[in-house]
Design a protein around this ligand. Sequence first.
Ligand SMILES: [Fe+2]
Ligand SMILES: [Fe+2]
Length: 471
Amino acid sequence: MQTIDYTQKIPNNVDLKSDRRLQRALEAWQPNYIEWWKSMGPTDFNEKDVYLRTAVSVDKDGWAQFGYVQMPEYRWGIFLEPQEKDRIIGFGDHYGEDAWQAVPGEYRNALRRIIVTQADTEPASVEQQRLLGHTAPSLYDLRNLFQVNVEEGRHLWAMVYILQSYFGRDGREESEELLERRSGNPDHPRILGTFNEPCEDWLSFFCFTCYTDRDGKFQLLSLAESGFDPLARTCRFMLTEEAHHMFVGQTGIGRVIQRTCEVMREHPDADVREHGAVPLEIVQKYITFWNSSSNDLFGGEISSNASNFFSNGLKGRAYEEKLDIDHKALEGTYSMDVWEDGGLSHQEVPLRNAMNEVLRDEYVKDNEKGIEYFNKVCERNDVSFRFRLPHRRFNRKIGMYADGRFDIDGNPVDEATWNARVGEWLPTQEDRDYVKSLMVPCYEPGKIASWIAPPAKGIDGKPFEFEYVKL
Ligand SMILES: [Fe+2]
Ligand SMILES: [Fe+2]
């Protein structure tokens, strides 16, 4: 079960060949996927050798193997964590019952919606990032971009496997539609807002992988608790891949900050722009934009959907099984500031209705650690600038705070104040133009662009100078 069968057309550890119908359905979808990759993925680099890791086993150690691969030849496949014996449902009204190995009829539509929403983000991010290969600051970064891209492609495979094996004809139709929606297309957009935002420069890419992929981590953590066992198992393995995406984002932003700090130290009286670095204020605005947009991905603060997903055992809290908490969450309340009639009032909300907020809390906590890391970079360089997260009410498009305007500390402000100050908080056109002007590719092995510091170490024990992509 553990070892992945690479002799098959579709590598897998789910004994796909024993289910001929499913195998045929997935083999029929495969060319459409490749077609999508070739038109919507990093198209101009499809013939290049990229030093990529591929999953070879789902064991804790040694699941990855590194080697040169041309991206369309990447072995996208289906990998689930092994089935846990006698697993029970860990939360909600079905707490303590056997986990479901088939889709429970009454939750079929809700589950399908959850899976399709998660699935849609995977190809969306590949589409958002498809042109970034033309402006990478180094071969190391170029390789990391492509690694993230192929793994998001694999995450799509993971979700499509679940759709096709458990949702019959509906699942097959959904799988086709996942290849038809397009990020940012006004007529046929991706499902969630952040996944339609343009991501056209590398600072945005790092912020995306830091904040939007981290939303992915928490969505996967909550689905990894699902009473629907195949979904839980597939999400557990996806989480191991997700960790690298956040590493790319977190260290990427950190390296931009490091470079700017170095320039500030060398030229204390100059504008860092004269030396091709990104002012820390602009880095902060990019963080603020992507973080606030990604906050929306957790959904409304008070949500009957979230309550139902929890009660029905479909979507738990992050780390639900490990935590010593009331797994039914029937009694507790959650205190939050409710935005009503233009004012905030403190209210106690039934815990089940606040499940989106509970998950967002975990997300914010994780992000705060990331901010500490950025501030350590400043401290180490004797630079007094300090980074921060925007308040979760800031710049929201989803949930109750979307009806108001809030400053970066979460205080309500009127429209005029918002308009006057938004340029202090979010990137202006001028900021974006400046960042864009820095996006010049740097593809000589061992060289790096002016606006970012090299990484502390390379990939797979290789030095930074290694030829990660053969152009
Ligand atoms: Fe993903
Ligand atoms: Fe990701």
